[in-house]
Design a protein around this ligand. Structure first.
Ligand SMILES: [Zn+2]
Length: 417
C-alpha cells in the first residue's frame, strides 16, 4: 500500500476515479492519502457519469455530496416509469437537472392531434439544501412545491412510490366544478360543449375522480425502452394513438420474434393500461390495391385468406425441417424488411370513421394483426382482426375491421433515455 500512497495526489485521484461510488467510500477510509484523493471533484463526477449517466452543475455542494447524499440513495429513480392508476396508467420520466431529480408526467396531447408535443407536468423533485439535507417536494397543484415523500421500502429498483404530505394544496380556489371544467379543457382538450354529451361527461368525470384520488400517492413501475435494431420495420418506442371517445392514449411498441406488440401505457375503462392493444403478425404481409382497400368486404376476405395461407405455411414448415425452425427462434429478432411488400397505396375503407385527419396516400407496409376490445370495466375482452399500416418510421395506423374505424399513431419524440 505504501507504494500507492507515495504517488502524487492527482495520480492517486485518477486511479480512484475508476472505482464505483461504493468502492470509493470504502477506499476513503483506508488511509489519509486515499481520503484526500477521494475528495477531488472529478473522481465523483466521473463516478456519477458512469453509474447514472449524469453530470452535476456548479453549486455550493461538491460532486461528492451530490453523489453520496442524493444519487447514491435516489439515483435509481432516473428513467422511464408507468404510473399504476387503474385503469388509466400514466407515463413518467425522471431526469437529473440542476442537481435535482425531477419527476415529469408526460400526457398525450389533445385528441385527435397525435403529432402535437406531449403535455408535461411536474410531479416531484428530490434535491439537497445548502447544508446537504435531502428535500423531497410534491410539485402538483396550483400552489407550488410542498412536502412530499419517496419511501425507500425495499431494495427493488423496479418500483417506487411518491407521496404528497399536503393534499389540501392541490385544490383550486375556484371550487371543484371549476376544477373539473379546467381539467377537461387543459388536459383532455374537451370544450364545455362536448362535456354536455352524456357519454362524454360520464367518461370524463370518472377519470377526473379516479386520477384525483390517486394523486397523493402514486406507485410507479419501471419501463424498459427496447433498443432499436437496424433491421426492424419500424423503430420500437412510445407512440400516441387515437382511441375513439377515450381520446389519445400512449402505447409502447416492442418486438417479440416476428410479432410487433403495442402495449398500453395509458388506458381507459374498456381496455386498461398494461394490456396488449395491438398485436401484429409480420409473417402476414399484405399488398393491396386501392380498390381492394376501400371495400370492407374485400378487406375481410383478404385477411381471412392471409390467415389461411399462414396456417398452411406453418403446417408445411413444421413437417419439413424442425432444425430451421429452431434457428429462427434462437435469432431473437427475425423481423426483417427482406421479401416484404414495400410502398403501396393507402385508402380508407368506405364507411370507416376517420376523424378528419389528413392521411398519407401511400404506406410503406401493411400486415394483418389483432386489436383488443372489451366492454366497460374490461368485461369480455377479445381480439378482433385489423390491419397494421406503417406510413413511415414515426407514424402508423391500425384499421379495426369489425369496428370500422382507424386509429392513428405518432411517435413520442420527447427524449426519455
Ligand atoms: Zn402535493
Amino acid at each position: 500500500m505504501e507504494s500507492l500512497t507515495a504517488f502524487p495526489p492527482e495520480l492517486l485521484a485518477h486511479i480512484l476515479s475508476f472505482l464505483s461510488g461504493k468502492e470509493l467510500a470504502t477506499a476513503a477510509k483506508v488511509c489519509k492519502a486515499f481520503h484526500e484523493a477521494s475528495k477531488v471533484d472529478f473522481v465523483w463526477q466521473r463516478c456519477m457519469n458512469r453509474e447514472f449517466g449524469v453530470s452535476c452543475a456548479a453549486s455550493s455542494l461538491s460532486p461528492r455530496e451530490i453523489y453520496t447524499k442524493l444519487l447514491h440513495k435516489y439515483g435509481f429513480l432516473l428513467g422511464t416509469w408507468q404510473i399504476e392508476i387503474k385503469p388509466y396508467g400514466g407515463l413518467v420520466h425522471v431526469k437529473f437537472q440542476n442537481n435535482k431529480l425531477l419527476g415529469l408526467q408526460y400526457g398525450a396531447p389533445h385528441d385527435p392531434h397525435v403529432d402535437w408535443p406531449m403535455m408535461v407536468k411536474e410531479l416531484f423533485q428530490v434535491m439537497l439544501d445548502d447544508e446537504g439535507n435531502t428535500i423531497i417536494n410534491c410539485l402538483q397543484g396550483p400552489q407550488g412545491p410542498h412536502k412530499g415523500q419517496i419511501p425507500l421500502l425495499n431494495a427493488s429498483t423496479a418500483r417506487f412510490m411518491s407521496k404528497c404530505c399536503c393534499p389540501d394544496l392541490h385544490r383550486h380556489p375556484q371550487g371543484r366544478e371549476q376544477e373539473f371544467l379546467k381539467w377537461c379543457q387543459e388536459e383532455m382538450g374537451v370544450s364545455e360543449e362536448d362535456i354536455m354529451f352524456q357519454h362524454m361527461q360520464e367518461l370524463l368525470f370518472m377519470k377526473f375522480m379516479i386520477i384525483n384520488q390517486y394523486q397523493f400517492c402514486y406507485v410507479y413501475k419501471r419501463l424498459t425502452m427496447p433498443p432499436h435494431l437496424p433491421e426492424q420495420l419500424i423503430a420500437p418506442g412510445l407512440f400516441k394513438g387515437t382511441y375513439g371517445s377515450h381520446g389519445l392514449e400512449i402505447v409502447l411498441l416492442t418486438y417479440d420474434r416476428h410479432y410487433i406488440h403495442c402495449k398500453k401505457i395509458t388506458g381507459d375503462p374498456n381496455v386498461p393500461a398494461s394490456e396488449l392493444s395491438v398485436l401484429v403478425d409480420t409473417k402476414k404481409p399484405l399488398m393491396l390495391d386501392e380498390e381492394q382497400q376501400v371495400d370492407p368486404t374485400e378487406l375481410a376476405r383478404v385477411t381471412e385468406q392471409a390467415d389461411k395461407e399462414e396456417e398452411e405455411m406453418n403446417g408445411n414448415s413444421a413437417s419439413n425441417n424442425q432444425s430451421q425452425e429452431g434457428e429462427a427462434c434462437g435469432s431473437g429478432h427475425d423481423v426483417s424488411q427482406q421479401h416484404l411488400p414495400q410502398s403501396q397505396p393507402f385508402a380508407i375503407p368506405e364507411g370507416f370513421r376517420e376523424r378528419g385527419i389528413n392521411y398519407p396516400k401511400t404506406c410503406k407496409m401493411r400486415f394483418c394483426g389483432t386489436g383488443l376490445i372489451a366492454g366497460h370495466g374490461y368485461t369480455s375482452p377479445s381480439r378482433t382482426p385489423g390491419h397494421f399500416v406503417v406510413f413511415d418510421d414515426d407514424n402508423f395506423g391500425f384499421l379495426w375491421l369489425e369496428l370500422r374505424s382507424l386509429s392513428v399513431y405518432s411517435r413520442v419524440t420527447e427524449k426519455m433515455d
